[in-house]
Design a protein around this ligand. Structure first.
Ligand code: NDP
Length: 507
């Protein structure tokens, strides 16, 4: 990425600099985009606030119609969008189509379900407050700032954008500096479909993202690395702006002794290497029951040897999009080898200038960077375990907790329930991300808050409670005119309702 000075005039009003987005396969310039200044970001948020007044006043059905129009435009131009994604990230065209198709499905779900999840509903008011009608509803927050990564430049930010819009918010989106063209494409098609600045894009480098955190938005939805997530949170803390943090992961896949080994090996390879391993919920570690370890490793290595990353038209693996990630991948492999690990496929020579070939590491000590830190490349560590309890303990042994996978016929659900991660796929891989009604997000260093599903809609709202008096209370409690009799009646009623308790068994 290069920042080009196009004017020497210092101005805080309008961007005077631009940056280029590059094709990671060829290094060619794909597009040139403005570095939006702090003032411009603030102006975008102000425009969004005006648009939010119109948007939030629409009914859920009316918003659904607008979002469906946008969805139709994206769907009809899917190949065009996939082309921009391919150019900016290098990912194979088919993978880009799949990613965008899943995002469209989420957009449809969010628009279609927002009313059902968020509209006013009655809740029980309880015996003490039987004279009250209690309702809860989820109004939009106002303007949501979305900061996105480059690895899934459509699917990932749309997990926030679609849900925030469907909930009635306006959105200002700062895409990664590696994928500004994708962000602009999304905003342009929205503008064509809806015609109000309800969804805008600001482009630039990290400072533009930081400016968005300080621009008076009502919430920031951040997806990116844990380190940047901490900076975003610190900036948002200054104004008590709430945040959703969707950060990195170090997801494990567990293979039990009764698992379908072929299916587990296939899922491991795809989970680890698709998108050249640049997947937040990608498989980076595998723990295999000792009874099936050799069979699993043989199947996995055979499959991996048939996979090659290059820039060719039919290639299933693209380049490493962000050049500096190459050093991280090399360091993790080197560290694993230095500590006694072995590469059964790939290795240090698998790391090229732009491409990394699939690499399978075994006998890697558990405290190595390759096991503990996010590698974000097509590399996996495979370890032998004696029991599923050991597999679970090692799976839970990192600071991250985003996704996880279990292959087991008998114990899939049991093992899934014991893993400390926001999501688990059983006998499949990353399947949870494609089910719009399931929440997506992590724990620990993988962040907090949820996108997708009902939780993802509520994330961009606040809970509004209303208690409406239907008739005068039998017991007047919230008044200085409260009588002694009322106090006694309250005491008897509470004793009746809650005084029995539970008997603690002796011994
Ligand atoms: P980064 O953390 O480098 O960047 C994420 C976004 O934050 C970019 O738009 C970036 O802008 C912006 N940014 C950078 N500095 C600041 C700042 N100080 N204030 C505000 N915004 C800032 O992540 P990557 O783009 O490299 O994405 C890869 C990471 O994202 C991986 O760790 C991956 O696991 C994670 N991820 C998590 C997902 C999840 O749902 N949990 C999904 C997908 C990815 P710029 O690019 O211009 O620097």
């Amino acid at each position: 990425m290069t920042a080009t000075e196009v004017s020497t005039e210092v101005s805080t009003k309008k961007s005077t600099t631009t940056f280029d987005s590059l094709n990671p396969i060829t290094g060619d310039v794909v597009g040139t985009h403005p570095i939006h200044t702090e003032d411009e970001v603030r102006a975008a948020v102000e425009r969004a606030r005006e648009a939010a007044a119109w948007w939030s006043a629409l009914s859920y059905d009316e918003r659904d119609i607008h979002l469906s129009t946008w969805k139709g435009v994206i769907t009809r131009r899917l190949a065009q969008l996939a082309h921009v994604m391919h150019e900016e990230t290098g990912k194979p065209h088919g993978d880009a189509m799949l990613e965008a198709a899943l995002a469209i499905d989420h957009l449809a779900w969010a628009a279609g379900h927002a009313g059902k999840v968020l509209k006013r509903r009655k809740v029980p008011s309880g015996l003490l407050m039987a004279n009250q009608a209690a309702t809860v509803e989820y109004p939009p927050l106002g303007v949501v700032g979305v900061i996105g990564p480059w690895n899934y430049p459509v699917f990932t930010p749309m997990g926030s954008i679609a849900y925030a819009l469907a909930a009635g918010n306006a959105v200002v989106f700062k895409p990664s500096e590696y994928t500004p063209g994708v962000g602009e494409w999304l905003a342009r098609t929205f503008q064509e479909s809806v015609g109000h600045p309800v969804f805008q894009v600001v482009t630039g480098l990290g400072e533009t993202g930081a400016a968005l955190c300080r621009a008076g938005v009502d919430k920031v939805a951040f997806t990116g690395s844990t380190a940047t997530g901490k900076r975003v949170m610190a900036a948002c803390a200054e104004t008590l702006t709430p945040v959703v943090i969707e950060a990195g992961g170090k997801d494990a896949l567990i293979v039990d002794q009764d698992a379908d080994i072929e299916a587990a090996a296939d899922a491991t390879l795809w989970g680890a290497c698709s998108n050249a391993g640049q997947t937040c919920a990608g498989v980076e570690r595998v723990y295999v029951h000792e009874r099936v370890y050799d069979e699993f490793l043989a199947s996995l290595t055979e499959k991996a040897r048939g996979l090659r990353a290059d820039g060719g038209a039919g290639s299933q693996l693209g380049p490493i999009t962000m050049p500096k990630q190459i050093d991280v991948i090399r360091d993790h492999i080197q560290d694993a080898l230095d500590k006694g690990g072995r590469a059964v496929v790939g290795g240090i020579d698998a790391v090229g200038e732009r491409f990394v070939q699939p690499t399978i590491l075994v006998d890697v000590p558990e405290d190595s960077a390759a096991v503990q830190e996010e590698t974000f490349g097509p590399t996996i560590t495979v370890a032998r375990v004696g029991t599923m309890e050991e597999a679970i303990a090692r799976t839970n042994g990192t600071r991250y907790g985003l996704g996880s996978t279990v292959f087991s016929k008998a114990r899939g659900m049991e093992i899934a329930g014991k893993i400390r991660s926001g999501m688990t796929a059983v006998n499949g891989v990353i399947t949870f991300a494609a089910i719009p009604s399931l929440p997506f997000g992590g724990v620990g260093d993988s962040g907090f808050g949820r996108i997708h599903g009902p939780d993802g809609l509520k994330e961009f709202t606040y809970a509004k409670a209303i208690a409406r008096q239907r008739f005068k209370p039998l017991l007047a409690l919230t008044t200085f005119a409260r009588t002694e009799k009322a106090d006694q009646q309250l005491a008897s009623m509470i004793a009746m309702l809650h005084g029995r308790g539970t008997t603690i068994p002796k011994g």
